[in-house]
Design a protein around this ligand. Structure first.
Ligand code: NAP
Length: 525
């Protein structure tokens, strides 16, 4: 399949007017063809106009049409075959099995949203029938449903070139909600983005939808990205990436005459608490599991375990020694981009130069560009509490063990943490009381709490929360993974005293969509 290097504005492939970027093979630093020219302000405006024009017809599609569209996108992505995997490998340095798994996850995610659309629970229909005889005042007939917010701008993430990118979770949930999507491609995988973008555009055409339902733009975040977020026709934003990038988009969205929500997933160090009985009983197994989770994918996961908290003493010393032993033998891995590699190097160098932390182990070195060498550091609770820099995210395979003198220090360290995507508890029966005492704090800090597992690996399902208080995300009420992600792109509308014939189908008395409605406070069976 020949790559064109063009923007996809609806069904039209158009060459951008601004400077070009190329994909880089991070294993060799070689630039890849073709060049992708960035869009200019006029092209961003043209795209947003198409998205706006598509909004009303698209949101009026039936649940079956919309679900069929999501299923068709999944089929079109699968039909790309090896061409997609080969290009993604060249652009990201990620191994084939990982990318095959990620393609499976991406298509599963699209089909899960298709199922969600068909089930109709997202419409959240609430009906409070009229009470004309009520005293002292009669009650009107009130009916509520959810409607899509409008065109959504999606920023593809570098670390999941398929599952969090052009047709990833943000796009799938926005399309499921009934919102047209404009993607700002991540510069780290432009060719992968084009292949997937063209697959989505083919699905738009095959399903007979208005072309503005999906567009794909290239260009710099500061130019195309900010222009997109500032365009009055865009009504919400989905983003995964750095804290500074996410905050810049939040500021641009708030500076608009009409501010809009930005759902940015940014920075998390995912604390792991090792409770004393578990640490004594199975410290060696914990050390092995920890290093496997830490080094998975060169640590380039937002749920990477970047902080370990435990009681100081022989059991923790043994855990650190075992983890150091495993980590020293861990092979270096190619990072996604030269930029991410250099950010990782700066982060580990800053920790190495910080007198309050000591290096416990460093992974294998390798020749070649952009090679991530895993790092493990150790510090004491008092020092961790004294220096905020010790809880900065080092995106890559680096983690810090915080040694606590007593339970009060564990509580202080936990309380001191910023918002997190996850918090993990390793515990045995004898640890339950201490774990229970920390739960209120952990619930305030994190979006997902796990027991006796590792935070990497985020299931795409109904119950998942991939979110959390700032800086994990910009809106702690939301999740970017799982079917609840659709709620970010919906808003409620109430219809008062509407004649049945004028009501949307979801709210009609005869319930033609077969929904489980909340009627006068009672959920229908
Ligand atoms: P990034 O720099 O935040 O870039 C993500 C997207 O946002 C890109 O499309 C980028 O466009 C755009 N962007 C960045 N800064 C912007 C700004 N000031 N204004 C407007 N748009 C902006 O993230 P990245 O390239 O994926 O990785 C860089 C760092 O982000 C990593 O080293 C890591 O620290 C962090 N990261 C965190 C996670 C996580 O899940 N927590 C995931 C990935 C990365 P341009 O590149 O075109 O400017």
């Amino acid at each position: 399949m020949t790559l064109t290097g063009k923007l996809l504005i609806g069904q039209h492939a158009i060459t951008g007017h601004r400077e070009a970027i190329r994909g880089i093979d991070p294993a060799t630093d070689a630039a890849l063809e073709p060049a992708y020219f960035g869009g200019d302000a006029g092209q961003v405006g043209q795209t947003c106009a198409l998205a706006e024009a598509a909004f009303d017809p698209y949101r009026e599609t039936s649940v079956e049409q919309r679900a069929g569209f999501l299923d068709t996108i999944a089929q079109e992505i699968e039909a790309l075959g090896d061409a997609l995997i080969d290009r993604a490998m060249a652009e990201t340095g990620l191994p084939r099995p990982r990318l095959l798994g990620e393609r499976g996850r991406t298509c599963h995610q699209l089909r899960l949203f298709a199922r969600t659309v068909r089930a109709g629970e997202w419409l959240d229909v609430r009906i409070d029938p009229a009470q004309p005889q009520r005293q002292p005042l009669p009650r009107a007939d009130l009916r509520q449903r959810q409607v899509p917010v409008g065109p959504v701008a999606v920023f593809g993430a570098s670390n999941f070139p398929l599952a969090f990118s052009v047709a990833g979770g943000d796009t799938a949930s926005a399309l499921a909600a009934g919102c047209p999507v404009v993607v700002k491609a991540h510069g780290a995988h432009p060719g992968t983005s084009e292949l997937v973008g063209r697959a989505v555009a083919r699905a738009v055409k095959a399903c007979g939808l208005p072309e503005g339902v999906f567009s794909l733009l290239y260009g710099s975040g500061r130019e195309v990205g900010i222009a997109l977020v500032s365009d009055p026709r865009i009504k919400a934003v989905g983003f995964t990436g750095s804290r500074s990038g996410g905050l810049a988009l939040c500021q641009a969205a708030q500076a608009r005459p009409e501010p809009i929500p930005v759902y940015a997933e940014m920075s998390s160090i995912n604390p792991v608490l090792l409770f004393p009985v578990a640490l004594r009983n199975r410290g060696e197994a914990l050390a092995r599991g920890f290093v496997a989770s830490l080094t998975l994918g060169a640590g380039q996961f937002c749920t990477n375990p970047g902080l370990v908290i435990a009681f100081k003493g022989p059991a923790l010393d043994a855990f650190v020694a075992d983890a150091a032993e495993h980590l020293q033998h861990s092979a270096a891995q190619t990072m996604l981009t030269p930029g991410i590699f250099s950010a990782f190097e700066s982060s580990v160098n800053a920790l190495a130069e910080n007198a309050l932390a000591r290096i416990a182990a460093v992974g294998q070195r390798a020749t070649g560009p952009n090679q991530c060498q895993a790092h493990l550091f150790v510090t004491d609770a008092v020092d961790f509490l004294a220096d905020r820099r010790l809880q900065a995210e080092a995106f890559g395979a680096a983690s810090l063990v915080v040694q606590c003198e007593d339970f009060d220090e564990i509580r202080q360290v936990t309380e001191h943490l910023e918002g997190q995507l996850t918090a993990t508890l390793h515990l045995d029966d004898g640890d339950l009381e201490q774990a229970r005492a920390l739960l209120p704090t952990l619930e305030r800090k994190a979006g997902r709490l796990l027991v006796n597992g590792w935070p990497t690996g985020v299931e795409v399902c109904d119950a998942m929360v991939h979110g959390g208080p700032f800086p994990a995300t910009s809106d702690p009420r939301s999740t970017s993974v799982g079917t609840a992600a659709i709620q970010r792109f919906l808003r409620p509308v109430c219809y008062q005293d509407f004649p049945d014939a004028l009501l949307p189908q979801a709210l009609r008395q005869a319930n033609p969509l077969g929904l489980r409605r909340l009627i006068d406070g009672q959920r229908e069976a």
